[in-house]
Write a protein that binds this ligand. Sequence first.
Ligand SMILES: Cc1cc2nc3c(=O)[nH]c(=O)nc-3n(C[C@H](O)[C@H](O)[C@H](O)COP(=O)(O)OP(=O)(O)OC[C@H]3O[C@@H](n4cnc5c(N)ncnc54)[C@H](O)[C@@H]3O)c2cc1C
Length: 467
Amino acid sequence: MENHINNLKKIVGDSNALHRKEDIHPFLEDWRGQIKGSTPLILFPNSTNDVQRIVYYCHENDIKIVSQGGNTSLCGANVPNSSDQKLEIVINTSKMNTIIEVDQFNQSIIVESGCILQNIQNTAEDHDLLFPLSLSAEGSCQIGGNVSTNAGGVNVLKYGMARDQVMGIEVVLPDGSLFSDLKSLRKNNTGYDLKQLFIGAEGTLGVITKVSLRLSSSPEREITSMVSVQKVDDAITLLKETKKRFGDNVTAFEFISQSCLVSINKFLNHIKLPLGFEDSWQIIFEVINHDEDALLDFLEEHVNKGLITNGLIAKNEKERNDFWLVRHSISEAEKLSGRGVHHDISLPIKKIPEFLETTIPAMEKVAGKSTVYTFGHLGDGNLHFTKKQPEEMNGDDFMNFSKDINAVVYENAESLGGSFSAEHGIGSKLKDDLVKFSDPIKVDLMKKIKKTLDPKNIMNPDKLIDT
Ligand SMILES: Cc1cc2nc3c(=O)[nH]c(=O)nc-3n(C[C@H](O)[C@H](O)[C@H](O)COP(=O)(O)OP(=O)(O)OC[C@H]3O[C@@H](n4cnc5c(N)ncnc54)[C@H](O)[C@@H]3O)c2cc1C
């Protein structure tokens, strides 16, 4: 093993490798620290060529590889599992962070996979364009991770998921060869669209080294509103009314339960809650290309109808950021508030009230009464849904119920026509559920694709699907 480690270190140089236990520690777990692993080696290649040489060496010597970006995975997809029987190393793309080209005529950008999402957004803005992919982890997640997880976020309602932004891709395949399809074309009907295979593959089919991304026109105006409502049915009615009034100009529609606000107030009390935390639900929504008066009229109308109980419109960028900070702080507050069983599900929007009405008591039957955090992308029917540890229960005892809690949540979601995984992916956490809830033909096809591209099972083994 020591011999392989030395040979692999030589490819990138000592300054681009971590081998000491104390240095490696931050690269061994998912963002919540719930799924932990091990590896003797983290490599930080500087180029596609470095990646090819590493992968070729690993392929020849049957060494497993986990690709890592910003390590913000919420399902353990980024965690290596090396053992005495199996050497599994990490390729971390942080040093491959060059913005290669911005094309304002074509509205596209080509970047290396280690570029941090926020840097791509800022570069687009510098060119009067918009890269609309946006999520709470945008300051640390990397575009290679976003593409590999087909990330969603707050603007899916108008602009779609990561998949919808990808025009071209470059991937080092499991044998070290290079699949290059980096064209920035909107039309290219030349057989199977193979880049789609690598989007959402969670690093199981290759290491993404570059991507070409679609940019959008910057909106002329952007108005952000924060409102409160009493019931989840009211939130859904408001979504319908907002879309009816503003159509495709609604870019985001996020909802937050009171329990999340209380938690922010308790654990992150430097964060301002513009509408306090008294109401059952708060909503942040954004409308583009309309003026403030149009939104003000809309809010007044729905306050008068009794749908909205309280509301604000951001008067400037600072206020807008204050609103969004509330939404983006929920995961951090949740993390600080102790153990929880987390879910990322999607549902037909009109079924959300029924889901909440039936699932919360069903979870209580399994593991007792406790706080539930509900928040997420209401506009897409995507709920982040967490049952916290009951106060009187020991943390480990509570976590022993996770499997049963998950079964209740996922079965209820699936029976209402939803999905057990909306945007965070499968990783190691949901592998069994993927098999349980998928058409067997889909599972069989996935295994065939994995076996064809990666017959030695080099790339991120034990994640997504077993062959
Ligand atoms: C606070 C917070 C909020 C979040 N909000 C959202 C959200 O709104 N929407 C959403 O969809 N997700 C969200 N996520 C989870 C989400 O998956 C990630 O934040 C992001 O897309 C992962 O990027 P990363 O660079 O951190 O990837 P990692 O965590 O490092 O890796 C994730 C997966 O991608 C693979 N991977 C990484 N880089 C490469 C590469 N170059 N080639 C091949 N495979 C690669 C890894 O092997 C792994 O399977 C959130 C996470 C956090 C912590």
